[in-house]
Ligand binder design. Structure first.
Ligand code: PAF
Length: 283
């Protein structure tokens, strides 16, 4: 695996791979890799001839009072597991390379997809995501790009952006990877102390209970939302940001559960903010 730090070097390597007729798979990450990321990497390695992984903690997707500086980083560990997985290139630009002095172009997606859920609580977050993903797509020009279902709203936003900006890239979405007790894998789990870690479990438990209620026939979104809120509120240290039940593609709120349904939650457990979701397809 080659470690690449400049855009010129990256472009040369991509050009050579393309000229050799290789299919290029791309996994954008912010590093501090866990089994969730590695499920994307492994799938990319299975489905493509040449795999690029970017490691870049993107400053523009963090709000002024968010955790950009504290975001966990462990480049040595990341590179070791990527090498073992058979990745061809690890691209690790600096913030100055991606956003040099005078940088002033941003990609902004308007409408429901970015206005709701995390977009409401984290203004500017998706502008940062669409900007960096556009820049990385332009640099890597992959055939396929891999994203995790854990960031369900990001998936909807990126899919829309790929359609709107005519990127010739297939977006591949991989299922959430969970710890054995149900907690969705996230780099931000590293912030949780022992008791927060056990409090955080209520998020997945509430979602699994919602799924059980739906499987038992419940189709009223308000009732399912109330069930999830009540379950999460039973742990006083967990502060709900949102519990939303929406169409998985349009992210529009649902009254009656039908079609591709996304139940998404965000909550603060002390300072750390975690998100989780489940998706169901219903008649
Ligand atoms: O999902 C993430 O880790 C980030 O939002 C991404 C897609 C790498 C862009 O910085």
């Amino acid at each position: 695996m080659e470690e690449i730090h400049t855009i010129d070097h990256l472009r040369r390597k991509i050009k050579t791979a393309r000229q050799a007729g290789k299919l290029i798979g791309f996994v954008p990450t912010m590093g501090y890799l866990h089994a969730g990321h590695m499920s994307l990497v492994e799938r990319a390695c299975r489905e493509n001839d040449f795999v690029v992984v970017s490691i870049f903690v993107n400053p523009t997707q963090f709000g002024p009072n968010e955790d950009y500086d504290a975001y966990p980083r462990d480049e040595k560990h990341d590179l070791a597991i990527l090498r073992k997985a058979g990745v061809d290139l690890a691209f690790m630009p600096t913030a100055d390379l991606m956003y040099p002095d005078g940088y002033s172009t941003y990609v902004v997606q308007e409408g429901q997809l970015t206005a709701t859920l995390c977009g409401r609580s984290r203004p500017g977050h998706f502008r940062g995501v669409t900007t960096i993903v556009t820049k990385l797509f332009n640099m890597v020009q992959p055939d396929r790009a891999y994203f995790g279902q854990k960031d369900a709203q990001q998936v909807a936003v990126i899919r829309q952006m790929v359609r709107d900006l005519n990127f010739d890239i297939q977006v591949v979405v991989c299922p959430i990877v969970r710890e054995p007790d149900g907690l969705a894998m996230s780099s931000r789990n590293a912030y949780l102390d022992h008791s927060q870690r056990s409090d955080a479990l209520v998020l997945s438990k509430a979602l699994f209970e919602a799924r059980a209620a739906i499987e038992a026939g419940q189709r009223d979104a308000d009732k399912v939302r109330a069930l999830v809120r009540e379950r999460i509120s039973s742990v006083p240290a967990v502060q709900i940001d949102y519990v939303e039940i929406v169409d998985a593609d349009s992210l529009k709120p649902l009254k009656r559960l039908q079609g591709r349904v996304l139940i998404a939650v965000a909550a603060k457990i002390g300072l750390p903010r975690l998100i989780d979701n489940i998706q169901l397809t219903l008649d």
